[in-house]
Design a protein around this ligand. Sequence first.
Ligand code: TYD
Ligand code: MG
Length: 457
Amino acid sequence: MAANKKRSVYVCNSCGASSPRWAGQCSACGAWNTLVEMRGLDSKEKRRATLPSGGKPEVVRLGDVEWTDADRRKTGIGELDRVLGGGIVPGSLVLIGGDPGIGKSTLMLQMCARLQDALYVSGEESLVQIRHRAARLPKPPLDLKLLAATNVEQILDAADQTGAGVLVIDSIQTMYRDDLDSAPGSVAQVRECAALLMRAAKDRGISIFLVGHVTKDGMIAGPKVLEHMVDTVLQFEGEQVYAHRIVRAAKNRFGSTNEIGVFEMSSDGMTEVKNPSLLFLGDRDEPESGTAVVAAMEGARPLLIEVQALVARSGYGTPQRGTTGYDAKRLQMILAVLEKRMGLNLAERDVFVNVAGGLRLDDPAVDLGIAAAIVSSYRDVPLRAGSVLVGELGLTGEVRTVTHLETRIREAAKLGFSQAVVPRSGAKRLQAPEGIQVRGIDRVVMALTELFGGGKA
Ligand code: TYD
Ligand code: MG
């Protein structure tokens, strides 16, 4: 008995950190009364938990491992296939996170509707509710297999019986395992249910999608640890106030990350947006001061996006800086460069930066556009119409070259932009497409000469 004694560990329900002893406060995140007991595993269970097949491990030659990319299954929803890295990989575990009401269930239902061997499991909604949702879709998938259940062992039995190749669990927070005492939704249950499902996916070669709600601080609820366990994390991004929905691959063992899929929530469910650039450009009849268009890479796809800046006299002692969709630290850096290198007086001005359409931009190539929008608002002069900006800003005010320059410019030309202001070093090696004039610059000051047609800042 003593040799096989199961040791308990305590897991924080807020951050997922574990500790050998109970405490009132989590030493990792500081939250109070969040530690819950989790039964430890005995050695047999541990072996089962770590080995995908449960058998004896064998050394093999890499070349002997059978695998083809052709195994991927297309869902037929282009934007979803894109973020998955080209389709569903058999045996993969995918986590779909997002705020409540953003469209996770709808998208999963639409995906299942296109696959013959899908089983959609709901632990949140009744079968009638799901039927209601499906009735809104253009072609209600009447043959789709549904299951209302919350016990993972039972669900896996049902999946085996129906021969499911794709299993959707909506949501992982409602699931539980009999052998654990804690409540559904607790870190322990979520983690152990996911572990069981992961094993099932690898052993049986079926693809499992876990739907997960996001907590207020943006974490996939309960444990961040889920993100480490799964193969792919798809995250719904942005605000619900927009009709469009952005799904980003935050992690993908089977494809590139930061790929995004763009959808529109319409009366027909989630519909694909085929040309997302048009969505993020806004109505651009007359250029207005404080706006600029950047060409950012989202995964392998170039997107043209409008960025806006507002520079206003500050009413308070300390001027405010605010950003939506752009890194606040990066904004501070750009403001410092503009003050130092271009003599802008921003010390008594509030500065706000906003990316159109609720998109979050991490691509450094948008720096130049953000800087131009700020100067444009500061001077209250619009940039030259039809311009797109690409370039990373360095601390000395130099404009650095960026990846995929040609792809970005081609997208701009395709959308009818007439001028691209880009880093000079990249411009030299460039095959400029027709209809767009490419201007190479190496300092941010020069960009503004091109854009405002001369004069000083
Ligand atoms: P849902 O998929 O239930 O969100 P989640 O599973 O992420 O919580 O989406 C629900 C919202 O979508 C709800 O507000 C209704 C809306 N909706 C549409 O606008 N059109 C549709 O065709 C459907 C099915 C839902
Ligand atoms: Mg839902």
